[in-house]
Design a protein around this ligand. Structure first.
Ligand SMILES: Cc1cc2nc3c(=O)[nH]c(=O)nc-3n(C[C@H](O)[C@H](O)[C@H](O)COP(=O)(O)OP(=O)(O)OC[C@H]3O[C@@H](n4cnc5c(N)ncnc54)[C@H](O)[C@@H]3O)c2cc1C
Length: 406
């Protein structure tokens, strides 16, 4: 049973994504009442998959959800870098439980949502669906979220966990930076393991990165032998919402097969056997002037969207959720101080990772065959050397939920 938290009041959480659900669970653990309002209708979760790095897994472990997450995913033991022909350029351990406390785990996005939503239900926490935040009003004593359906919700604090296109962010920073498109369309899908019989167990338990002159392609095992892939498709301008959802499966496959012709197995088989691919415009937010205003604060992608090329966005949203709940639990200095401290302590880390995500995306660009050869040599030298040195600064970040009160 939690002790009486320093913050006494009710929290309105906008966004029932990874950060918003984790935040509500941590607030419950802290003894703080919260309600989540989600724009979308209830669904099992978006398509595609993702990898939760050890730092994110440690946050899920603090919620008691690491075993369930591991059970619905696949542990990614190694990172393997190859060239177009399949030659291994670098391979290193992706961290062990002994080293980082938790493994790195790959899973479908819907499996992760399922773990979080099932826990919300078990804890008696509710998500109100089809509640799209439109406006916020606040005075010295309360805050009111106004939704597109004409309803509203009151609370003492409002936490915007509403993702990269956050309406909360637009309301507190009307002239603030918008998400910056990085020139990449992310394509991805999940394929049954039976469609790629050549894939070894070691490959399925790795994050596999293939660098060729025509572009980057990645794949990893997710669950039950299934394999998730993702690719960076350079494009000068973003796709429209209609283009992202109403594309022709056959045209996309033909386009991708033309790009990745001659790449090693299983690249072609993964593209050919995909039935429901997903497309995303890849954008990031390098820095906001502030993450909070009055009784409102941003977490996760709303505050610091990071390119998927960093493989860290979900883990950072989880870290934010745990740390903000911990500050509200422990700090007697009031919510304004908590928000300032939260931003001050989180910003340097997340902005460094956002920059790394952008750099990693650029490193995967389409290049000439000569430049591709140079890139292969650089990977053989530097990725091998630095990869093996470990990713301590990233994975061993201290955020302990049970740390002594501030
Ligand atoms: C293709 C792709 C691959 C990725 N792969 C990885 C990976 O391997 N590892 C990793 O760590 N990260 C990865 N990421 C990044 C990761 O998905 C995000 O960083 C993470 O989901 C952020 O969590 P969040 O809770 O802040 O936002 P989200 O998970 O986006 O959740 C935001 C929620 O807010 C809701 N919402 C939006 N607007 C409103 C509104 N006005 N009112 C109410 N609700 C609203 C949305 O419907 C959504 O449910 C990837 C991202 C993409 C696009």
């Amino acid at each position: 049973m939690a002790n009486r938290p320093a913050f006494q009041g009710e929290v309105v959480v906008i966004g029932g994504g990874i950060g918003g659900l984790a935040l509500s669970l941590f607030l419950k653990k802290a003894g703080i009442v919260s309600t989540v309002y989600e724009a979308a209708a209830y669904k099992a979760g978006d398509g595609g998959g993702l990898n939760i790095a050890p730092n994110g897994m440690k946050v899920l472990a603090a919620l008691g959800l690491a075993p369930k997450t591991i059970a619905c995913g696949s542990v990614a033991r190694e990172c393997c870098f190859r060239n177009k022909r399949g030659k291994t350029l670098a391979r290193y351990s992706n961290g062990t439980v002994e080293k980082y406390g938790q493994p790195s785990v790959s899973m479908t996005r819907s499996a992760l949502y399922d773990v979080l939503k099932t826990e919300m239900h078990a804890q008696g926490l509710h998500v109100h669906y089809e509640k799209r935040l439109k406006d916020i009003t606040q005075d010295s004593s309360q805050i009111v979220a106004h939704f597109a359906d004409g309803t509203s919700a009151k609370g003492d604090l409002l936490i915007g966990a509403d993702g990269i296109h956050s309406q909360t962010r637009k309301l507190i920073l009307p002239n603030g930076p918008a998400p910056d498109y990085v020139g990449i369309i992310g394509a991805g899908g999940v394929v049954s393991g039976s469609a790629v019989p050549s894939l070894t167990q070691r490959d399925k338990e790795s994050l596999n990165f293939t660098y060729g002159p025509q572009g980057f392609f990645g794949y990893m095992g997710v669950h039950d032998g299934n394999v998730m892939w993702w690719a960076n498709l350079p494009r000068a301008t973003e796709l429209t919402r209609a283009e992202l959802t109403n594309f022709s499966l056959e045209s996309l496959k033909q386009e991708m097969l033309a790009i990745y012709r001659g790449y090693h197995m299983p690249v072609e088989a993964l593209i050919t056997n995909t039935h429901t691919p997903v497309l995303h415009n890849i954008s990031d937010i390098r820095s906001l002037p502030t993450w909070h205003k009055g009784r409102i604060v941003l977490i996760g992608d709303a505050a610091h969207a990071v390119s998927p090329n960093a493989g860290q966005g979900a883990s950072l949203a989880l870290e934010d959720a745990m740390y903000l709940a911990k500050l509200l639990r422990d700090s007697a200095a009031g919510y304004e101080h908590v928000f300032t401290q939260f931003e001050h302590e989180r910003k340097p880390r997340v902005e460094k990772i956002v920059a790394e995500g952008r750099r990693r995306g650029n490193d995967k660009a389409i290049v000439s065959p000569f430049q591709a050869k140079i890139r292969e040599i650089m990977i053989m030298i530097f990725v091998n050397a630095f990869g093996k040195m470990g990713r301590n600064w990233l994975y061993n970040y201290p955020l302990g939920w049970e740390a002594s009160p501030l």
